[in-house]
Design a protein around this ligand. Structure first.
Ligand SMILES: Cc1ncc(COP(=O)(O)O)c(C=O)c1O
Length: 237
């Protein structure tokens, strides 16, 4: 299963899934490519509801790694070509002799290792402050959508914000409208997604500025005025 979902931006109830898996003697496999580096262990002193340290969905849900395999990648929050598996020792020993990619792939590029180490250093020094700022900017966009009455599946406050369209045939035009205003989003067009889920996905990052968020909100307001955004009252999901 996904950790933080790549489209909705929501995290699963991991404790509930882990409990079901353990009850049935099953291994729970979680891919948190999108949560790693953003959400992490909870604390009464956390500067944002993302938790601390960005150490992923298992710590965020206060779960253990018993009977659980966590995979995460560095291609998102760390912008490096690298990934990891966290798993029980018996699984690790099996993977080391039975997983073809582990046996036959070349090593991770040195440049990726170096950029990840540099990323760890940034994370250690100011990761929680960067995440608090990311949360604040994300909140601005979510609040603006709420004010416009526009739908979004995001209930988490995490920085993946999908905005469904009122009319799926408008996706090219809406994408171009945003691009011409210097706003790059991911388009989810039919048949990649069902027609009633067509829309665009905004991904905020810690290097976005408030001026950029202003520009995004202005564009969302213009799209809303033109009736392009699905209204919350009509949302199907
Ligand atoms: C859930 C999930 N896992 C893995 C990946 C792939 O990550 P990478 O490009 O680092 O292999 C993606 C890509 O977006 C993803 O959404």
């Amino acid at each position: 299963m996904d950790g933080v979902n790549s489209m909705t931006g929501n995290a699963p109830d991991l404790q509930a899934f882990a409990e079901v898996a353990r009850r049935h003697g099953a291994l729970l496999y979680v891919d948190d490519a999108h949560g790693f580096g953003v959400i992490g262990e909870r604390s009464p002193h956390e500067p944002s509801p993302y938790g601390l340290r960005g150490n992923s969905v298992v710590r965020y849900a206060d779960e253990s790694y018993d009977g659980l395999v966590l995979v995460g990648g560095f291609s998102k929050s760390y912008s490096s070509l690298l990934a990891f598996v966290a798993c029980p020792t018996a699984i690790k020993n099996l993977l080391k002799v039975a997983a073809p990619p582990y046996l036959y792939s070349g090593p991770s590029p040195v440049a990726s290792l170096a950029s990840t180490l540099a990323g760890f250093e940034v994370n250690e020094r100011k990761g929680d402050l960067l995440r608090a700022d990311l949360y604040r900017m994300t909140r601005r966009v979510l609040d603006a959508l709420a004010e416009l009455g526009a739908a979004t599946p995001n209930r988490s406050g995490l920085p993946i914000i999908e905005v469904p369209l009122a009319d799926h045939t408008q996706i090219d035009e809406v994408g171009r409208f945003l691009f011409e205003r210097g706003i790059y989003v991911t388009l989810a067009a039919y048949p990649l997604v069902p027609k009633d889920e067509v829309g665009f996905r905004v991904q905020l990052t810690a290097v976005n500025t408030d001026a950029e968020i202003d520009r995004l909100i202005e564009a969302l307001e213009l799209l809303s005025d033109r009736g392009e955004l699905r209204l919350k009252s009509e949302a199907t999901s």
